[in-house]
Structure formats: C-alpha cells, structure tokens
Design a protein around this ligand. Structure first.
Ligand code: MSP
Length: 514
C-alpha cells in the first residue's frame, strides 16, 4: 500500500471562509478520495494560519485577545469541513503546541548550522502580504500594486535566512524535476523568477512591532515571520508520524506559489535536511465578474449558502466540473443552475428515477439478468470500457473536469439507450423476445448506473452512497474490480424511488438580470 500525504494551504483566520477556500478543500478532498479508491494509504491535512499582523490587528479591532479571536474564526473554518463532506485526517492550527515546538526546533537547527544571521534591514513592507518589498515590485509609475495594500518604509535589525545561497541548487532541482509544479507552465514562471538574484529571507519580526507569533528560540525579542511559521505546518503536523513525510502534493492557489511555496519552502526543507514533497498543485482563482473573489474586495460568496440551498454534492460537483485545475473560472449562479439542472437533475437524476421506476413496475422491484446483447447493448458497453480506460489517467493527472465530462456523456448515452429500447413499450408486449429485451434493458440501465456511480463517488459521495443503497448494492473492497461491466446487480431488490437533486423553484431557473 502506497502512502499518500496531501495538504491544503492553511487559511488566514482574519475573515470568514469563502468560496475560494471551500474550493481548495473540495479539490484536495477529491484527490484524497480518488487515491483511497486507488488503494493508497492517504493522510489528508488542512488547517488554519493563525499568527501575524493581520490577525493581531483584527483581534485588536474587536477588542479581544488574539487567541480568543483565533478560536472563534478557526471554529468557523473547521465547521465548514463536515458541511462540505471533507475527509481530512487532521486539522492543524499554527497556535498549537505541536506546531510551535517543531517551528522552534527547525529554527534552532538552522541557526546552529549558520543558515540564519542577524542584519539591519531598511526597506518597504506590505502588511497585507506580510512581506518585504523591493523596488522591482513597484508599478511602472512608481506606485505599489494594489495587492500589497498599504506599504510603509521601515528600518530594523532582523534575522535572515540564507536563501540566496541555495538559489542555484533550486534552479538545478527544478530543471531535473520538471513536473514538480502542476500545471507545468507554472514551473517556467518560477524559473523565470529565479533569473533575478534572490534576497535572503527576513524570518523575524521584532516583538515591539508584532507580538502575535512564535518567539525565535535563539532570541526571545523576536517572533517568527508568518510565512516561515505557516509553511512548516505541513511538516509539524506529521513530524511524530513515521512514514508520512514527505508530502506527495501541496494544493495551493496560484497567488501563493511564488515565492513562498516554490522558492522559500523547498529551500527551507533542503537546508534543514528534510525530504522535498513530490510536488505542488497550484490551482486558479474563482472570480466574480472577472476579479478575484476575496474578503478584501468584498465580493466573496459564502459557500455555506450554496450548500444549504443545493446540498454538498451539487456544490462539490459544480466546483470540480467547472474548473480546469490551474485555470481561473468565473462563478455565476446561472452557470451553477445550468449544470445542476442538466447534468445532476436531468442526466443522473433521471437515470436513477427510470431505473427504480421501471424495475418496480416491470419486474416487481427485482433487477433481472441481462439476456440479449444486441447492437444497442454492445455499443453502450463499449462506450463504458472507453470511459473507464480514460477515467483513471485523467484523474491521476488532476483532469477531473474532463473525467466528469466523459462520465456525463456516458450517462447521456445511457438515457438515449433507454429511449431507443423504450421498456415502457416492451412491457406492453407478451412476446417472449420483447420480454427478454425488457429484462435486458432493466439490467443494462442499472449496471450503467452502478458503474457511473463508481466513478463519481469521489466528487458526489453522498449521492453515490444513496444510489448504491436504493439499488441494494454494496460495492466490494477493491475499487478497480468494480469497474468491469457485469451482472453484480442481478437479483437485487431496489427501492421504488429516490429524490436526489430536486429542481430549484421555477422562478429561480432564470435569474433576473440585475
Ligand atoms: N495563510 C496563507 C497560506 C499559508 S500556506 C502555508 C494564505 N491564506 S488565505 O486564506 O489567503 O488563502 C488560503 C488559500 O485559499 C490559498 O491557497 C489561496 O490561493 C486560496 N484562495 C483564496 N481566494 C481564492 C479564490 N478566489 N479562488 C480560489 N482560491 C483562492 O494565503
């Protein structure tokens, strides 16, 4: 059994979770569930990033201690996970003792090895990004890009990590591990960034400016820079679990790839003598009318509203079906409803209804054995084989949107098969040949449904479980064995009905234009 360790970014707790945060959890969960289906021993970590100036400021604004503030907001992030049906094995908070202990020990080790030194820093600082800036970060007209928020000039003594020393090593590493970053074109962007000499990384903040952080083990007048602290969560959470580190994939958004994940993190690990992860998946952004959904721009959607309205499965399905991992997608309610109606309610929901209805009506609720293999049955079976053969490599390559598209096509063709066979007509005939075809059509639609469920269960786990339950079916232990067209359902007693994706109220189908 292969070990598979996957992580999400840890979210800042200075605001409530929004759709962008939810997407990352869902994407990582879909990968984790898929790897479990493939037989891996999965460890799935998510959590929250609780230190730093922004949290300190938000707590102050509310007039409560930072720890209390973190407790409240972190609870909100944690509560989101079961609502989205996320199967994380662990949830880390950077204020936990287990994390602080590891951060301090890694810092001490790097300090003892001479990888960290003290120097005077003079320059510009962005509080929003918790980042020191250079002149090259400015716009052409000399102003600072919007993403940095308020930028202030500061002079102070700080501790620095010898990033520059490892620049060439990192370039070499990336050149010899061409698929370290997914999608691959992002790796080129990292190499482009590394063409300029790196500055050493300032890893401390004086306590008089920032108290809310992990004190440096070798100088208690300073706390640890929030990125240095946060990145180590991936390791601190499993430091005492043998055989889990290194991670397979860190799933993050494209905004935090360069420099934190693609430059600081590999260098930190290498300098500390720790193994590097297999790679980093950098997903795109959910946009609204073309701009990034975020708390600071005020256009963030509360994921829980959609989950309450449509259920976790529909929400998960939309995010995974709509977004090509790595690229951006615009979120619109119209598009959500289109997919909900045409793919979930129509394609899948109809097949479920027809299978249950007709088996109840024509076969006393017991699934018959197939008896005939005419062209229509053969074609559908061949389409399944093709769908299945494409499915695994597509999911292994994180092309879940295409994998779902293929499954949807298979469902469309299954519904078309039912139209052509027209069991409701066959049911009126007393001829033996028609009765055999009727039984075959019932067995065929049920088997197609069983197979489709086997390959969408990582995306819509609840619906999948419920469909198997109404078919009276218990899948076997080995997922891959489930993917062969066969007669596993013969003789099972089905339930008469199941409402899976109720349609939204008609008035809602065509939302009024603003
Ligand atoms: N705390 C840091 C990450 C530290 S990881 C060691 C952080 N937090 S965040 O709350 O700002 O973002 C958390 C994750 O959500 C990031 O991967 C980010 O890219 C993602 N998203 C935030 N807004 C998003 C969208 N609008 N769309 C998709 N994901 C986005 O950065």
């Amino acid at each position: 059994m292969e070990s598979f360790y996957i992580t999400t970014a840890i979210d800042y707790v200075n605001g409530s979770p929004h759709l962008g945060h939810a997407y990352e959890k869902v994407l990582t969960d879909v990968i984790a569930r898929f790897r479990r289906m493939m037989g891996d021993r999965v460890h799935f970590l998510t959590g929250v990033d609780e230190h730093g100036q922004k949290v300190q400021a938000s707590a102050k604004k509310r007039g409560i201690p930072p720890q209390q503030f973190c407790d409240e907001v972190s609870a909100e992030f944690q509560a989101l996970l079961p609502r989205l049906n996320i199967t994380n094995d662990d949830f880390i908070r950077t204020t936990e003792e287990r994390h602080k202990r590891v951060v301090r020990s890694v810092l001490q080790q790097l300090f003892d090895k001479g990888e960290i030194y003290m120097a005077e820093y003079q320059g510009f600082y962005s509080t929003r990004q918790e980042q020191f800036l250079q002149n090259k970060d400015r716009n052409a007209d000399g102003t600072w890009p919007e993403i940095f928020g308020e930028v202030t000039e500061i002079t102070e003594a700080n501790y620095f990590f010898k990033l520059r020393h490892y620049q060439e090593w990192l370039v070499d590493f990336l050149n010899t591990h061409e698929d370290f970053i997914f999608p691959r074109y992002r790796q080129k962007q990292v190499l482009e960034f590394l063409k300029e000499p790196l500055n050493d990384l300032c890893i401390s903040r004086p306590k008089e400016r920032l108290e809310w952080g992990i004190p440096l083990p070798f100088d208690e007048n300073y706390v640890t820079y929030v990125w240095f602290d946060a990145l180590l969560n991936y390791y601190s959470a499993v430091a005492d679990k043998p055989g889990v580190w290194p991670a397979n994939w860190h799933v993050i958004g494209k905004d935090i790839l360069v420099p934190p994940h693609a430059v600081y993190w590999p260098i930190m690990l290498h300098a500390a003598g720790l193994a590097l992860p297999r790679g980093i998946i950098a997903h795109g952004w959910w946009l609204q009318s073309g701009s990034k959904m975020s708390k600071s721009t005020g256009n963030a959607l509360n994921p829980l509203d959609l989950v309450t309205e449509f259920g976790a499965d529909a929400f998960r399905y939309f995010l995974i079906r709509e977004m090509n991992v790595g690229q951006d997608s615009d979120f619109t309610r119209e598009q959500f409803l289109v997919r909900y109606n045409s793919e979930l309610a129509n394609n899948l929901g109809n097949l479920v209804n027809r299978t249950l209805n007709m088996t109840t009506r024509f076969s006393a609720g017991v699934l018959p054995a197939p008896e005939v293999a005419d062209e229509l049955e053969r074609n559908l079976r061949e389409l399944w084989d093709k769908t299945r053969d494409e499915f695994v490599p597509l999911c292994e390559g994180f092309q879940f949107h295409t994998a779902l598209e293929r499954v949807m096509f298979f469902l469309t063709e299954t519904n078309a098969y039912i139209e052509k066979r027209a069991p409701w007509k066959l049911g009126k005939s007393a001829e033996a040949k028609d009765q055999a075809l009727l039984r075959t059509s019932l067995a065929t639609m049920a088997e197609a449904l069983r197979l489709a469920v086997a390959v969408v269960q990582h995306v819509i786990p609840d619906a999948s479980e419920r469909i198997n339950a109404v078919l009276g079916y218990k899948p076997g232990e080995i997922w891959r064995d489930e993917l062969t067209w066969g007669t596993r359902l013969t003789g099972l007693k089905v339930e008469p009905a199941l409402v899976l994706f109720p349609r939204p109220a008609p008035a809602e189908k065509i939302p009024a234009k603003p």
